[in-house]
Design a protein. Sequence first.
Length: 241
Amino acid sequence: MKIIKVSDYEEMSRKSAKMFYQMIDQQPNIRLGLATGSTPIGFYKYLTEFLQAEETDVSKLLSFNLDEYIGLDPQSPQSFYTFMKEHFYQPLGLNQGQTFIPDGSVSDPDEESKRYEQHIREAGGIDVQLLGVGTNGHIGFNEPGTPFNQRTHQVKLKESTRDANARFFDSKEDVPTHAITMGIGTILDAKKVVLLASGERKADAIYQLVNGEVSEDWPITALKNHPDVTLFVDKDAAAQL
Ligand code: GLP
């Protein structure tokens, strides 16, 4: 694992975006795996800026998001689709034929999970997967205890995850109880993984990733089995290293 220690959120965002910019520039038909949450907001801002400044051709890239809540209309303000539209799809003028995210509004989320997994496979797999991490070490919405070989599936969210994400909703009750997420097996199939971690809330998870044993108790430790992981970590998230 390559560990890039940076001073703060801003530097993490800029340096990781520069890395993605260079990959997109070199491989215009790249298949990106993307993430939501507060962590990658700065990353998307810089990546959009770099691509626009260089007038990079983004018409051939494909993007696949990690996860989506079940039971939210894609157009609702809190859906991960809306997040992606605002921070990435619209600023770059990407179209619906190149941007993919599980549809959590369907009547059969298990079927949707299978369809999404198959879609990724048929597209040829993911070249580079961006990840954030939950305070309990979850990646995507793969909570502690998730088998590492799982593919895209439906999950019940831990209360701690619903609490952590309640800040995006009017009240905790409004936070969906379930989600569709790429499995850890899906994530590990990406050729390259780039993980962003900022802030002291992430320090335990980063400690487990770097110094802990591989264990389902900390989903992030699955990345220890991946041959090409780059971690961008700021001072606060690296506090225990
Ligand atoms: C959510 C997402 C994850 C994300 C995590 C951390 O639960 N499903 O993909 O990494 O939260 O979020 P944040 O970056 O806001 O701390």
